[in-house]
Design a protein around this ligand. Structure first.
Ligand code: SF4
Length: 288
């Protein structure tokens, strides 16, 4: 009979839900324990997320491993992806002319900068598999995700994505406990997190509400400057990012350059959630 080996890891996005799950492991509220939490760093999170990660590490809980495949914004500007090939597109909005939105670019960044680096880490570092080597039968990696009740649909997409990986099984501790994002906030408060845990996402991620853009502009000038820089780069004529596209690309849903965009107060979530149930952080899979 094949010997069964079980390994346990967490996809840590460092936002509200996955932080709650991580701290539940720290508090031994979830069993069995994880060996590590893996944070996929696009290099483009706001400084508060990196400080929050430092704080999480200071608790001396399960090790937090950072994996990275490059700085997403730099790769976008250079017009190439992490492996030096075609760039990985972010879900930018498209317009024939300024202010007239037509659609959205297909999102490749999540897979290239989050999903794949985490899976590569699990295969190579955790399981010691060589490139292309088949994971032997009997080995199962239980991968925890911080998916809450308000975005339960994401769990179905994750299960679908992992259907062909016999060795990888997703686990959803917040769904098992029927916890919402609001419940997570309460849990974090009870735990005693000494700062506000924020949504994690690239500073220029187009899946932002006006309230989020406003907050960044008013409280985090460094992130705002980077978001404006990348937004402007998307429209530099001849940039590989927009080559062969008749339409212009924008990070703000109004399809106006971010530095000129009117940021509310009207804020219709349907404009940017786009049916993706994007209510929370990337969490190592950005809405899939
Ligand atoms: S946060 Fe947004 S831009 Fe960054 S990887 Fe996820 S979907 Fe892409």
């Amino acid at each position: 009979m094949t010997k069964q080996i079980h390994r346990h890891v967490l996809n840590l996005g460092a936002g509200v839900q996955s932080t709650t799950v991580y701290l539940m492991y720290v508090a031994s509220e979830i069993q069995p324990a994880i060996e590590c939490a893996v944070f996929a760093d696009t290099g483009e999170e706001p400084e508060t997320i990196y400080r929050h990660l430092d704080w999480l590490r200071s608790l001396n809980g399960p090790p937090i491993v950072t994996v990275s495949t490059g700085k997403l914004g730099d790769d976008l500007q250079r017009g190439r992806n992490s492996t030096g090939q075609r760039f990985a597109s972010i879900p930018a909005y498209t317009a024939a002319r300024e202010g007239h939105k037509i659609g959205i670019v297909r999102r490749q960044c999540t897979r290239e900068y989050k999903i794949e680096p985490i899976e590569r880490y699990i295969r190579a570092e955790l399981l010691g598999m060589a490139r292309g080597q088949r994971v032997p039968n009997g080995i199962t990696v239980f991968q925890s995700y911080g998916i809450s009740m308000d975005e339960a649909g994401r769990s179905i997409r994750i299960r679908d994505r992992l259907a062909d990986r016999h060795w990888l099984t997703p686990v959803f501790p917040l769904l098992d406990r029927q916890m919402t994002r609001g419940d997570c906030y309460q849990w974090l408060q009870r735990f005693g997190v000494p700062h506000e845990v924020q949504k994690s996402a690239c500073v220029f991620c187009p899946f932002k509400s006006n309230a989020e853009w406003r907050r960044m502009r008013d409280t985090d000038p460094e992130s705002w400057a980077r978001a404006v820089e990348i937004d402007n780069a998307l429209r530099v004529p001849g940039n590989v990012v927009n080559r062969n596209l008749d339409q212009k690309l924008y990070v703000h849903v109004s399809c106006v350059p971010l530095e000129k965009a009117v940021l509310g107060p009207d804020d219709d979530p349907r404009q940017y959630y786009l049916g993706l149930n994007w209510t929370a952080e990337c969490a190592g899979m950005c809405g899939v």
